[in-house]
Design a protein around this ligand. Sequence first.
Ligand SMILES: *[C@@H]1O[C@H](CO)[C@@H](O)[C@H](O)[C@H]1NC(C)=O
Ligand SMILES: *[C@@H]1O[C@H](CO)[C@@H](O)[C@H](O)[C@H]1NC(C)=O
Ligand SMILES: *[C@@H]1O[C@H](CO)[C@@H](O)[C@H](O)[C@H]1NC(C)=O
Ligand SMILES: *[C@@H]1O[C@H](CO)[C@@H](O)[C@H](O)[C@H]1NC(C)=O
Length: 440
Amino acid sequence: MVTRWGFFITLTLLNLVVLTTIVMWSLWLPTVGWAGQDSDSATRGHIWTPCLPKKSRQQNSEFYKSWEEAASGQAYYHPFQSRVRVVLWSDALWWRTGVAANKDRRNNRTWYKLCPGRPACEFTREHMWVSYADAVVFHLPTLPGNYTPEMMPSKRKVRQKWVLFSMESPVVTRSKNMTSYAGVFNWTMTYRADSDVVTSYGSKSLLYNSLRALPANPGKPPRNFAREKDRLAVWFVSNCYAHLTRHHYAKELRKHLRVDVFGRCGKPICTDDKRYRSDCFKKTVKRYKFYLSFESYKCKEYITEKFWRNALENEVVPVVLGAPKEDYVRLAPPGSFIHADDFNSPKDLALYLKKLARNDKEYNKYFRWRSMGFKKNATYDRGRWCNLCDKLIQTCPQERKMYTDIYRWWKGKEGEEYCERTLLPEDIPKPHYDLSIHFN
Ligand SMILES: *[C@@H]1O[C@H](CO)[C@@H](O)[C@H](O)[C@H]1NC(C)=O
Ligand SMILES: *[C@@H]1O[C@H](CO)[C@@H](O)[C@H](O)[C@H]1NC(C)=O
Ligand SMILES: *[C@@H]1O[C@H](CO)[C@@H](O)[C@H](O)[C@H]1NC(C)=O
Ligand SMILES: *[C@@H]1O[C@H](CO)[C@@H](O)[C@H](O)[C@H]1NC(C)=O
């Protein structure tokens, strides 16, 4: 009898210990890795949430197929506890991420957390981990011209997503035979808003976040930005290929407006390593009223750091040439830019800029967005690798998708191509992605 009671008590105590451990564990875990780097209150104190609802049983399009495998039950995700692993397959992803490969590993690490707010989402470049990966990322500009199975992982887990990544425009990747990649990729990850994972050069949410970190913003009392500037217009340009549309435009513009040209195609200045992040660059740019954010290519939604980082972050009004105006209207802060398409000619634009430069009140209107609030919503941009982590974590295990016509998805339908045709001289030896500029 005594031993039976002893047994009972021991069992109850043991149960209590197990239960307490479980409760403590579940209380403690959500705080792991949550070092307050991220003030996204919507995800704070998150609990297990049903993964993306059935509406993700998407519209099939002419470019891809999506479907759902039979599921045994509802799946749940938790931003901090759902482990996801990503293999960055292409070598070129090194300089976009800092994730080292085994061979040049300096800091003895395999797994990298590219999204600090999602500590359970880890990245590596070591191919040996591919069979464990939830996603494998391929860098379109450096993929083989034709689909080459030997260059891809030899096996593929049922739930593994092959992700096509590109920050470059379809003009730059034109030498790739995209037809040969039909049916290969599950997701796209580009600067374009119709990608599965959007990885734009900048966004309203990222910009407003970085502004909030600065003490002087929002601008109250209103600053007189015009007064802080003693120079007119500046153009930093390092890709001097004269066939680019913007060169003709800039050439005309400069006949009517004083534009200081710096960079490899102009006067060398701020030539240190990270020049577009350097203090020299920032100080120089801030003295100007206008920054020519002329893109190399005129492509749908192709708005690069020339606009976001170089101009808006440095408190200078961008004069843009590139994507259609409606893209800027949709994606950029309201009233933050001057679009070349609004003028009949470079001369008209020059006249407008000169007039505006003399009118402080009118000029300062281009900075009004800085003191306006920004409402974040479902399409909140957390930065490219966080966006990938979030999408992976929130996607139901039974979801499937495959790009059947990646060529047309990327280039646009016949007659409705996303990029304006660029005259490309035959003398450019081999179309290579280095011919694009992504740094000024
Ligand atoms: C790298 O990590 C491994 C395993 O953790 C360890 O054995 C090794 O000594 C480390 N090497 C260096 C150079 O730190
Ligand atoms: C592109 O790929 C398709 C499909 O694999 C093939 O039929 C076609 O010949 C390729 N084109 C070129 C120019 O290599
Ligand atoms: C989120 O913002 C985008 C762009 O500003 C807008 O198009 C979209 O309708 C918004 N979504 C919601 C749910 O409010
Ligand atoms: C990914 O695409 C392949 C076809 O290339 C397909 O067999 C597989 O089911 C897809 N996986 C997911 C998770 O969408």
